[in-house]
Ligand binder design. Structure first.
Ligand SMILES: [Zn+2]
Length: 54
């Protein structure tokens, strides 16, 4: 479900980011607050957790 809207909390700066699961997985995208890449291990875990929310 790449079009599912999820909210991910940045593991580095703590801001909440609302977007689709597909957007979070797009190569090159990063946190608008601290520029941490979504492809990092810490972010992947946060994205996975958000995706698995009911
Ligand atoms: Zn951040």
């Amino acid at each position: 479900m790449e079009d599912k809207a999820i909210q991910v909390t940045c593991p580095k700066c703590g801001i909440k980011i609302n977007n689709t699961a597909g957007w979070f997985k797009k190569p090159g995208n990063c946190c608008p607050g601290c520029q941490l890449r979504f492809s990092t291990e810490r972010f992947k875990k946060a994205i996975d957790a958000a995706e698995n929310q009911p």
